[in-house]
Every structure is written in structure tokens, then in C-alpha cells.
Ligand binder design. Structure first.
Ligand SMILES: [Zn+2]
Length: 446
């Protein structure tokens, strides 16, 4: 009787195990699907039709225009999708210590303790505190810790009356951080956590904007009321959970002296248990497992929904901020050329390239008329003249002007930056397909 019970369960176990193996094998293949993103993303991505004659890119269906709310953008879904391959480091016990509401005068004490223990942590900062203590933000980065965005002022009433005020606080804090560190952080933690606050719109639009939302799975309880004693914080922060991946919520804002006091004991607990200490990064494949589920009460709040136009203007182009690790590869005829990370940039939702480098790559000569402030590109029979003063692009055909367009360019130092789509079109290399992967944009042109 007992024996047969075990045999039946063994078979069940084997079946479940095989299904899991299959799932692991199938998921990465699906994640590699080609999509067809627009080149300039201020252009409505749902009407862009760079229809492919190669069959490699998936055309965006007209119907997705109508059904936008129900269907998220394929471009941005891919941009925000994380690497799906199994990460071997996940098999190891890992603890992510996180500190919210700082920086404050307590942050330097936290940093000292982390330094002595030779470990790193993640700081979810408030924009208004960042402005007050910029030197602590610098220290956090210099000492190898990670920064996340915890809104500007932590005011629940403002943040949770609708998505757009939440969004503007995220942007405000992001800019305050970028002004100090020079880079944008895509990690976001909701003040008070997402539970009871975030509805599906908050989760969906933040993801489409290129952000990763992280809650926690161990709460140190240090903010459940004022002055929680260190011994209680230690107890709650070291409560075992059913996971090897632990994200501990703590606070380094004003009034959290007891958290600082408890920190050495919390660290030694996890060290003794064999955990390694890591910082949260956008690349972690299991980040979403640290998100709370949308609650019924949050769904029932019926807050104003942002308009489709607002989303297309604000949220969708935003994901580009976090995608410039990609190479930009162009296939022009049989030739292939690429811009590395940092050699191109995104401005107002457009991919911009330096004109001279771009022309060098495709073997076309550029002259510079100093008096008229004109860049002159000779492409055999025609020449293209770009005026830095007026943004006019004039195509001259055997001394007669055949076409003039007004396309904004940017002059920085001696470098003239031009939008990629327009320069390709103007030089007769119209884009015919675009593919995007975790590593690169790949553009095929005529
Ligand atoms: Zn907080």
C-alpha cells in the first residue's frame, strides 16, 4: 500500500519534472522572435510601417492600433524583457539588502557598516533627499552599491491618485539622480510597496517605460511604527522564508537609528547561513518574482487612466533611455557597419548619429562650408546640403534644387548629429527592416 503510493507519486514527480525541463527549453526560443520597431519612436509606433520585403520582420498589424490598451507594444515588451536563459548564480543563496527613504544623515553610518563587512546593498532613494544629500549619492555609487528610485516625496495621496503623478515623481527623481551620477536607474520601488497601491496600469506602464518594479520578500518591520527596537528588527529581518533569494526591506531615512544598530547582526546572520550579498540590477532574471500581486482594493480604486496619446508621448519613448547598451548595426546592400554603445544616442525619441562618422562608414564624402554653415554630402549625381543654422535639408540635382525638408539637427562642439532614419532616406538607403534583440538593433536598408 505505502509502496504503491510512492510509485504513483514518483511518476507524477517525473511528469512534472519533464514539463519543467520542456518549459525551460521552450521559453528562450520564444523570446528570440523578431519584431519590427520604429526607427524614430516619437513617431506613433503603431502606425509605422517599415514593411519588410525580406520576411524576417513581423509587420505591425493595423488592428493593434485600435486595441492598444489590451495589447502592449511589441517593441517595448522586448526592450524590457530580461534575459531568459537560466542564470547559474540563482542556485546560490543570495540576499539583497535594501534601504529605502534615504539618503539621510544615517546613510553614511550604513555605508560604513557595509564597507567594514565588505558587502554591497541597494538604496531606493527619494528625489527630495537626493537633492539634500548629493554627496551621499556619489558615495553610494563610488562604493559599489546600487541606486533605485523611490519617488520624489513619498506622499501616498499624490502618488496613488493616478498613474501620471506617480510617473512624474519617478521622472523627477530619476533626473535628480542622473544630474549627480550621469546615469538613469530603471529600478523602482513603490513607496509603501505595490500592494494596495498599484493596479494593473501602474505595473504595465512602468514596464513599458523600461522600469523594473521591486518589492521585497522579507520585511525587517523597521517602519511599522516609530522607534521599533533593534532586537525586533533583527528578528523580523532574519525570519526564514521559503526561498533562497531574499530581498530584505530596511530604511535609512530619518529616525531609523535602530535599523543602523541592528544592521551588523543582520549581516552576520546571513553570512553565517552562507548567503552571498548582491545588489539588485535590472538584468536579474527573477526580479518580477519580488513583486506583490495587484490587490482587489487597488483594482477597485478606479483612478483616472492616462490617455493613449499621453502614453505614446511619455511612456513609450522612455524605454529607450535604458536600451543604449545595444549596438546599432546597419546592413547597407552587402555591407555591414555598426555603431557601438555610446557612438549613437537617443534624443527626443529619435536615434541620432554623428554625420561624419555615419558617412565614413558608408564611404561617402562630407564637406563643410564654413561661411554658409552647410554640411555638403555628395552622392554622385545629387548632393545633400544640411544647414546647421536653419535645419534645412536641401537635395541639389545638377545645380537645381529638387527638394527641401526641415529636419532638426544638433551641433555639439564640432560634431553634427543627424537623425538616422532621415539621413538614410536622404542618401537613398531607405530602411526596409529592423530587428531588435537584447544585444543590438539591426537595420537593413536599400
Ligand atoms: Zn519608503
Amino acid at each position: 500500500m505505502i509502496k504503491s503510493f510512492f510509485i504513483v507519486n514518483k511518476q507524477k514527480f517525473l511528469f512534472v519534472f519533464m514539463m519543467l525541463v520542456l518549459a525551460v527549453l521552450i521559453v528562450p526560443i520564444q523570446g528570440r522572435e523578431d519584431i519590427n520597431p520604429p526607427l524614430d519612436i516619437t513617431y506613433n509606433p503603431y502606425t509605422t510601417s517599415l514593411s519588410s520585403s525580406t520576411g524576417t520582420a513581423t509587420p505591425i498589424q493595423e488592428s493593434s492600433l485600435v486595441n492598444y490598451q489590451a495589447k502592449s507594444s511589441p517593441t517595448l515588451e522586448l526592450l524590457s524583457s530580461r534575459k531568459t536563459q537560466a542564470d547559474t548564480t540563482l542556485s546560490q543563496k543570495t540576499v539583497y539588502l535594501t534601504f529605502d527613504d534615504g539618503p539621510s544623515k544615517l546613510t553614511s553610518e550604513v555605508l560604513d557598516i557595509l564597507k567594514e563587512s565588505n558587502i554591497h546593498a541597494t538604496f531606493f532613494v527619494l528625489g527630495e533627499q537626493v537633492k539634500r544629500f548629493p554627496e551621499l549619492v556619489t558615495r553610494v555609487i563610488d562604493e559599489g552599491h546600487a541606486l533605485g528610485n523611490h519617488s520624489y516625496n513619498h506622499n501616498y495621496e499624490e502618488l496613488y491618485k493616478g498613474f501620471s503623478p506617480f510617473w512624474s515623481q519617478i521622472k523627477q527623481t530619476e533626473q535628480a539622480i542622473a544630474a549627480i551620477t550621469g546615469s538613469h536607474t530603471s529600478l523602482v520601488r513603490a513607496p509603501g510597496g505595490t500592494a494596495g497601491h498599484f493596479d494593473d496600469t501602474y505595473f504595465k506602464l512602468l514596464k513599458e517605460g523600461g522600469y523594473q518594479v521591486v518589492d521585497w520578500n522579507v520585511d525587517s518591520g523597521d517602519s511599522k511604527r516609530r522607534g521599533v527596537p533593534a532586537r525586533d528588527i533583527i528578528k523580523d529581518a532574519t525570519t526564514p522564508i521559503n526561498s533562497d533569494q531574499v530581498v530584505v526591506l530596511m530604511h535609512d531615512g530619518n529616525g531609523h537609528e535602530e535599523t543602523v544598530k541592528s544592521l551588523p547582526k543582520i549581516i552576520s546572520y546571513y553570512k553565517e547561513k552562507g548567503y552571498k550579498f548582491e545588489v539588485l540590477t535590472p538584468e536579474l532574471p527573477n526580479l518580477e518574482s519580488f513583486q506583490f500581486k495587484v490587490t482587489k482594493s487597488a483594482r477597485a480604486l478606479q483612478r483616472p487612466q492616462p490617455s493613449e496619446e499621453w502614453i505614446v508621448t511619455n511612456v513609450l519613448p522612455n524605454a529607450e533611455l535604458f536600451s543604449h547598451g545595444k549596438r546599432l548595426v546597419m546592413e547597407i546592400g552587402r555591407m555591414e557597419t555598426a555603431f557601438k554603445q555610446g557612438e549613437y544616442r537617443i534624443s527626443d525619441g529619435k536615434i541620432m548619429v554623428p554625420l561624419r562618422t555615419m558617412m565614413d562608414k558608408i564611404g561617402v564624402n562630407v564637406r563643410w562650408d564654413v561661411n554658409k554653415k552647410l554640411a555638403i554630402i555628395d552622392t554622385g549625381l545629387k548632393s545633400l546640403q544640411i544647414s546647421v543654422a536653419t535645419d534645412d535639408w536641401t537635395i541639389v540635382n545638377k545645380n537645381t534644387i529638387s527638394q527641401t525638408m526641415n529636419i532638426p539637427v544638433q551641433m555639439n562642439g564640432n560634431t553634427l548629429w543627424v537623425p538616422l532614419r532621415e539621413i538614410l532616406n536622404a542618401t537613398g538607403h531607405n530602411p526596409i527592416s529592423i530587428k531588435v534583440s537584447d544585444e543590438e538593433w539591426r537595420i537593413r536598408t536599400l
